[in-house]
Design a protein around this ligand. Structure first.
Ligand code: FES
Ligand SMILES: [Fe+2]
Length: 330
């Protein structure tokens, strides 16, 4: 399961997009269903009834907070246990279950652990501005026709900014570029992934940096004295040809909500500029570090390739064979 993307916490969707109805989502090739129980708590199950394979996302959430299959109305709890098997009061429910996945809801993002385990070995690593008190935030999500690794690399790639974004953020960089200008791209390993800082002709904007949070997140820090201004880009694998981009802006200045559409509009414009080049990349998935031709300014993207090909791509999660505990009564 989750071939090439297993045993990691990943953002999945904006939490505000999961409402009362069950929601089908594909994550790293696996068809899942998200739903909220009667307390509003989010859960994730495989979107395939273990009885006859029907999509559970076509079902409904019952008054007791279970997800009911639309075919024969088996009722599933958020932990995957079967609460009820209609017309079969003698069914051995302790042998019936579906795969469930750990879910967290933080910073208006739903996070999922990509293995069907009861207890994940860690909690998601959250960029701090997602929950920073007093910050205004903007959100949008959009799907691109690209492998998530090309999108992730694009987000870690500083040297494209003056060219792809010449109509937006690149405008501020271009005046400093001269014929023969030289960019240096540093990389520093961090507990969560890595940080890259770029200099042009020995000049760096103090505090400007890109953070990579494993496995698929980028946080851009735009320096404004005494303030926080960040752009988060999460590259969520849908399948081999699609990625869901979740873009979250956070700022501690101009925090009036009526300014949110302006900041969100700018982020949408920047993302649209990236989309065109990312979707054109071939092969669709980033190749190994020795393939394609690289130069000094590719340091951050080469670090990502190393991580992806050595740690993430070989990963896969085994389906859970059987429930450890009998289903709860009630
Ligand atoms: S297929 Fe789901 S209950 Fe029969
Ligand atoms: Fe870009």
């Amino acid at each position: 399961m989750f071939e090439g993307f297993a045993h990691v916490w990943t953002p999945v969707i904006l939490a505000s997009s999961l409402r009362r109805r069950p929601l089908p989502v594909t994550l790293a090739g696996e068809r899942l269903v998200l739903f909220r129980d009667r307390d509003g708590r989010a859960h994730a199950l495989l979107d395939r009834c273990p009885h006859r394979g029907v999509a559970l996302s076509l079902g409904r959430v019952t008054g007791d907070g279970c997800l009911e299959c639309p075919f024969h109305a088996w009722k599933f709890q958020g932990d995957g246990c079967v609460r009820e098997v209609p017309l079969n009061p003698d069914a051995k429910r302790e042998h019936l279950f579906t795969q469930s996945f750990p879910v967290r809801e933080v910073g208006n993002v739903l996070w999922l652990y990509t293995a069907p385990v009861a207890e994940p070995p860690c909690e998601p690593t959250l960029p701090e501005a997602l929950t920073l008190e007093g910050a205004a935030r903007t959100y949008f999500q959009v799907e691109w026709n690209a492998h998530w690794t090309r999108a992730m690399e694009n987000m870690l790639d500083s040297p494209h900014v003056p060219y792809v974004h010449k109509a937006t953020i690149g405008r501020f960089v271009r005046p400093y570029l001269k014929p023969g200008s030289r960019m240096e791209t540093g990389w520093e390993d961090t507990p969560y992934g890595g940080r890259t800082v770029s200099q042009v002709d020995g000049q760096a904007e103090p505090g400007a940096c890109l953070d990579f949070f494993r496995p698929n997140m980028m946080v851009l820090n735009i320096p404004i004295p005494g303030k926080v201004f960040r752009m988060h880009a999460f590259c969520v694998p849908v399948d081999a040809a699609r990625v869901r981009m979740i873009i979250i802006g956070a700022r501690t200045f101009a925090t009036l909500p009526l300014l949110n559409p302006f900041f969100n509009h700018t982020n949408k414009k920047i993302a649209a500029e990236d989309k065109a080049v990312v979707e054109s990349s071939y092969p669709v998935e980033v190749p190994g570090p020795a393939e394609e031709q690289s130069v000094r300014t590719d340091r951050a993207t080469l670090q990502f390739r190393k991580y992806y090909h050595s740690e993430l791509k070989p990963s896969s999660a085994a389906p859970r064979a059987r429930r450890a505990l009998p289903p709860a009564e009630g």
